[in-house]
Write a new protein. Sequence first.
Length: 232
Amino acid sequence: MWRGGLREDEVSAVGESIMKYFSHDLIDSALITDLRRHSHGLERVFDLQTALPEISGLLVNSRLLCMAASLLKVEAVRVFYTQAIVKYPAQRPTDHTYGVVGWHKDFAYWLGARAPRMITAWIPFVDTSADLGGLHYVDGSHRDRGTVTKGFNNPDLGTLNEVERVISPELSIGDVAFHHCLTTHASTPNKGAGPRLALAVHLLDVSLAPVNLALCHQSLKFLEGSDPTLVH
Ligand SMILES: O=C(O)CCC(=O)C(=O)O
């Protein structure tokens, strides 16, 4: 957890512009419409930095990229792709699946990268906790290369307190939660009143590029032919 790693005003400005996008205040370009996924309380837009310069500004924050490289213990990282993710408030308190992201390891979707030297910087734009749709991590699971879980769309989280070593940190605007690509994680329904908005920045060891996209999850096909140039 990187507490207060980013400037609050900078993060808030990016959050406002993403929220405007999700509120349909911005006219969708064909490209962005293509990159949009919506399901049961969770809406995601891939690589929104191509439309919103505020996000690009955040992505060239060298402190963010330096922190990612040092956590990964590599010389430099590059942005693989990003996801702006909004999780809408649960419609009924009894709906335990609305907006849920199932247990998964990010690397399961990125096998084309050959080696698990990737990390995600998860940047919240609202204060976030377990009750507000926050992330849950299985502590130490990045050491387990055995099972590479691909359960993003499986809303059955089991009984959370029975899963050993689960942690769910509370985050404020300006904090960044990093997770290794082998860390098992999930997120629960948003029981708050407003949407939970975050940007997941997926970063990889620069020496792993280019990635074999044919071996990545099909949702990443749109990256074919693209040349991510944001490198630290
Ligand atoms: O924002 C969420 O609820 C899920 C994010 C996630 O799975 C990720 O950043 O890898």
